[in-house]
Design a protein around this ligand. Structure first.
Ligand code: ARG
Length: 566
């Protein structure tokens, strides 16, 4: 595609001798509104070279550039040279490119040969997979897709919380009160009950804690009974989690969780000892991080057991060796900021310059509006229930509005889940937000259903109008205000995908496709797309097709489906 900004730089570079191309680039602005052009160049810095007032300089440069093929108009406004992209050229450039690349429009090979690990979701086994897990799951999934679309070799990892002293408790509790059949009928709730009961009883009977420690030790030493129970707990938990991953169409390349690193621990501890970064403190081993404004990090407890931090250090070392990553991303709540800052610092202190490529991607909290789900105090809200509720509500909206729709169940699932994902990915990640059912499921406003509905609308227009991608298109018919508005946004889309990757912020894409949908609906309302004028119809359908394609790609990068009918 034509890089119009580069064209501005080239044109200016020919005229200006006192600035380098790089300096010119740095000065170019995007005007606040398109009435003032697509790009603007301030001339203040040229007073010396031109020996004139900035206004006069701008006028001189602008008039010398009139009538070039990329910019229909170059005009000065005060001290600025304003460049107006030639609309027909832009339309041709964008639409030809979309027609050519189709759903790969916006993709790139910039990541070729670079491996990016996206670690996300990572729930703790034997615990509920609840609404709090939605953010890491959805943001991580989207980031993995974005990196992949840009050509990175992406590896998704679910770093399951499947290790630690709590499994000693679970094993003890199971041996005392557990019933395999009862647990298998409702694994997470029953395991949670056992865990809670164990903790309650341990308040009066501290010897239970010793028992739990004993069983965790046995687990670490691969006692067959402990291993069998642990494996079973892990399997039934994963089965539960997978139901949700299936609903969301999420797959992981690896489920190497905390337990995976248990046998890699001694080597890591040895290395840390050798490098002299640990010290003893009351029988335990710590790394002192005072110098970096952090509390000491506990690496090994007095009883020899390792910790969450130790496992993260071991995991990073393993991943570097095994994957040789370019970036290693962790999509984990901002509550764990300190944890990540600490262990990444430790890896740096171990002398690994690649510590900087381990990147924590934090996000804020999601809370539920009181009363929207039956959130009696303390009751966990399972993610699966939220998704199912969204699907059911969507299903009843469809029954009301479009009772004859085919595949109602499938579409209800695509819209219901899409609505939730869209809302999740609508804001900057770090912002806390409150989940609101009505807003999420609305077909109006900036919502998933609204964008999906716009996509379905483009599809029915293409069908009704008999769109043929082989048709010759008169691009000069797409230069009206409403058309060019959409085309500009389609033009920006590839750059926005790159921004989303650079900042690890899927919401750039969410916002862009909402804006495209809004611009499209404005065009739809102002223009008879399927008209008797064949020339006009062909051109408009090509724009409809381009809009459909970009919306679909954008939704796909967010992990959202784009049904053709709804
Ligand atoms: N299992 C942890 C939790 O539920 C999240 C793990 C995050 N990843 C990591 N490498 N520490 O809080």
């Amino acid at each position: 595609m034509i890089n119009f900004k580069d064209k501005v730089i080239e044109l200016l570079d020919e005229k200006i001798s006192s600035l380098t191309a790089g300096e010119i680039e740095g000065l170019i602005e995007v005007p606040p509104s398109y009435d003032m052009g697509d790009y603007a160049f301030p001339t203040f810095r040229l007073a010396k070279e031109y020996r004139k007032a900035p206004n006069a300089i701008a006028e001189e440069i602008a008039s010398s550039m009139e009538g070039n093929e990329f910019f229909g108009k170059v005009q000065n406004q005060g001290p600025y040279v304003n460049f107006f992209i030639a609309r027909e050229k832009l339309a041709e450039d964008v639409i030809s490119e979309v027609m050519d690349k189709k759903e790969m429009y916006g993709s790139s090979d910039m990541g070729e040969g670079k491996k990016v690990i996206v670690e996300f979701s990572s729930p703790n086994i034997a615990k509920p997979f609840h609404i709090g897990h939605i953010r890491t799951t959805v943001i991580g999934n989207s980031l993995a897709k974005i990196y992949k679309f840009l050509g990175f070799d992406t590896v998704t990892i679910n770093h399951l919380g499947d290790y630690g002293t709590q499994f000693g408790m679970l094993i003890s509790a199971y041996k005392k009160w557990g019933d395999r059949q009862v647990i298998e009928s409702n694994p997470i709730s029953e395991l949670l009950k056992l865990y809670v009961r164990f903790n309650q009883e341990a308040e009066d009977k501290p010897e239970l804690q010793d028992e739990a420690r004993y069983w965790f030790k046995e687990l670490e030493h691969k006692n067959a009974e402990a291993m069998e129970l642990w494996q079973w707990i892990r399997d039934i938990s994963l089965k539960e989690f997978n139901r949700v991953y299936d609903m969301l169409n999420i797959k992981f390349d690896s489920y190497a969780g905390e337990s995976f690193y248990s046998d890699k621990m001694p080597e890591v501890l040895e290395e840390m000892k050798e490098k002299g970064i640990m010290k003893e403190s009351e029988g335990a081993l710590i790394v002192d991080l005072e110098e970096y404004g952090m509390p000491p990090a506990l690496i090994m407890k007095k009883d020899g057991s390792t910790l969450y931090t130790t496992r993260d250090i071991a995991a990073a070392l393993y991943r570097k060796k095994h994957y040789d990553f370019h970036k290693n991303l962790y999509v984990v709540a901002s509550q764990q900021n300190l944890h990540f800052k600490a262990w990444i610092k430790i890896v740096e202190l171990m002398g690994y310059e690649w510590a900087k490529d381990c990147i924590h991607i934090p996000f804020g909290m999601v809370s539920l509006e009181e009363g929207t789900l039956s959130t009696r105090k303390g009751r966990v809200v399972f993610l699966e229930d939220v998704l199912n509720k969204a699907i059911e509500s969507t299903r009843s909206i469809i029954d009301e509005r479009n009772p004859n729709l085919e595949n109602k169940d499938l579409v209800a699932k695509q819209i219901g889940i899409g609505a939730i994902l869209f809302q999740e990915l609508f804001n900057q990640r770090i912002k806390d937000y409150t989940f609101n059912w009505d807003r999420t499921l609305s077909f109006e406003g900036e919502t998933g259903p609204y964008v999906q509905y716009t996509h379905a609308r483009t599809n029915s227009l293409l069908e009704k109008g008999g769109f043929n991608p082989e048709d010759q298109i008169s691009f000069n018919l797409l230069t009206g205000e409403d058309e060019i508005n959409i085309i500009r946004m389609l033009y920006d889309f590839p750059g926005i995908v790159v921004d989303a990757m650079d900042k690890n912020e899927p919401f750039y894409i969410t916002r862009q496709i909402v804006e495209i949908a809004k611009a499209f609906n404005k065009f739809y309302n102002s223009t008879q797309i399927i008209t008797g004028d064949e020339e006009a119809k062909k051109a408009r359908l090509a724009l409809v097709y381009s809009t459909k394609t970009v919306i679909k790609t954008g939704l796909g990068l967010l992990g959202i489906e784009a049904p053709n009918k709804m």
